[in-house]
Design a binder for this molecule. Structure first.
Ligand code: ADP
Ligand code: MG
Length: 418
């Protein structure tokens, strides 16, 4: 294993860790990159499988050609064949024009099929054919098309079980699995856990311009023993949550326990995120929660300001007009809505920010907009749809959520009836 080359790769892709399992995975990726062999990356959810196909493509002779990452689990069964293999004009309701499909567009390049275990059986048959012969037929078409695509696939499901239950074709499994790459679970990476924590603590500190959080020795010991069912993604989420929601910058054992799920077998993320399968989604959920809390802080501030103002008024009446005037005559430099925007980026300080009389005046003039989780979610979806001319696929991509999640939200917010 060439350690300096591995080091370079880690730097280039911001990969942190030095355990044998990770090094082996990267090493195999580099070795197979120059070939056209199919690679199957296996590992639990959140271990970092998506890094590998990028490394393979960028270090292969195909590096200047197209690279597509396709999440097989997020494309509806009814459209997946046409998305992958294209369709002819009028081949199904809504097929206005013809489409080339990923296998056509990616000719000479690489396709990463994430969550390949989710592919419907009919699609598996088409995929096997294109892998074996380089040939495929568009949906509703007759003509045999040719393509030259390298496939890297990933799965977190037990493929043997899927095969024995008839959900996955054995022949396709062997074809995809020419070179297996195993990504180790986070719990098996020893001190890499602490290194990854430091990376994420630093990233979030920069992103939100907060002081970086650190771990006490006790907290470190808990981290090393914890099972991390959601692996690196979970560690990243928890580090973000602690950075943003915890006021103290040193995380001790008790604080850490509050953020780590009580049940070590649980795959739920600690106290905030209910779903947690998509990193973007849980990140957004954290932000929702922060905004929601900020709204509470703003209401508290408003209440405090009102009572302060009352006291000032009373004092003024007692002392004659103008007694405390100088205190509240400062120019109104900032307005409250602006302030709450700023606070969203630095939430920990939001609670500590000293009350300025000038803001009390601004507050009088302008009612801050009510912020509500549902409104915020609906607005984000609406805006994304607007920006993309109603194209749901593009809107979902921009929001970093799957098509299915977007459809669900559109229904939930009643946007389909608008
Ligand atoms: N070794 C690593 N160094 C830095 N970040 C990592 C590492 N492994 C995973 N990540 C991060 O963890 C998150 C989950 O990784 P991802 O590749 O999406 O997992 P998977 O596809 O296996 O579910 C991503 O944000 C990724 O950047
Ligand atoms: Mg993934």
């Amino acid at each position: 294993m060439n350690t300096s080359e591995l080091q370079k790769i880690k730097q280039r892709y911001n990969i942190v860790g030095n355990c044998d399992g990770l090094n082996r995975a990267l090493d195999v990726a580099l070795q197979v990159a120059p070939t056209d062999l199919s690679v199957l990356i296996v590992g639990e959810s959140g271990v970092g499988k998506e890094i590998i196909p990028r490394v393979i493509h960028d270090n292969s002779p195909r590096r200047r050609e197209k690279y597509f990452a396709i999440n097989c689990g997020s494309i509806p069964e009814g459209t997946i064949d046409s998305e992958l293999f294209g369709h002819e004009k009028g081949s199904f309701t809504g097929a206005i024009g013809e489409s080339e499909g990923y296998f056509g567009v990616a000719n000479k390049g690489t396709i990463f099929l994430d969550e390949v275990g989710e592919l419907p059986l009919a699609t598996q048959a088409r995929l096997l054919r294109v892998l074996e012969t380089g040939e495929y037929i568009r949906v509703g078409g007759q003509k045999i098309m040719k393509t030259d695509v390298r496939i890297v696939a990933a799965t977190n499901v037990n493929m043997r079980k899927a095969i024995s239950e008839g959900r996955f074709r054995e022949d396709l499994y062997y074809r995809l699995n020419t070179i297996p790459i195993q990504m180790p679970a986070l719990r098996d990476r020893g001190n890499d856990i602490v290194l990854l924590f430091r990376l994420f603590a630093m990233q979030i500190a920069e992103k939100y311009r907060l002081p970086k959080i650190t771990l006490t020795e006790d907290a470190k010991a808990i981290m090393l023993k914890y099972k991390w069912p959601g692996n690196v993604r979970q560690l990243k989420n928890i580090t973000e949550q602690m950075s943003v929601l915890n006021e103290g910058r040193e995380i001790d054992a008790d604080t850490l326990r509050r953020f780590i799920p009580q049940d070590p077998e649980s795959t739920q993320l600690a106290p905030i995120s209910p779903s947690g399968s998509h990193s973007y989604e849980s990140e957004r959920e954290i932000l929702y929660k922060i905004l929601y809390e900020l709204r509470g802080n703003v209401s508290d501030l408003r209440r405090d300001m009102n009572s302060l103002r009352k006291q000032l008024d009373e004092a003024r009446q007692l002392n004659g007009a103008g007694g405390f005037r100088s205190l509240i005559d400062a120019p109104a430099a900032s307005t409250l809505p602006e302030r709450s925007n700023r606070s969203a980026a630095t939430p920990v300080y939001a609670q500590q920010a000293p009350l300025q009389a000038e803001e009390a005046e601004a507050e009088e003039i302008r009612e801050p907009e009510t912020l509500n989780l549902n409104d915020l979610g609906r607005q984000m979806v609406e805006k994304a749809l607007e920006r993309n001319g109603g194209n749901r696929k593009k809107a979902a991509q921009e929001l970093g959520i799957s098509d299915r999640t977007l459809y669900r939200r559109i229904k939930q917010y009643g946007l389909d009836k608008a």
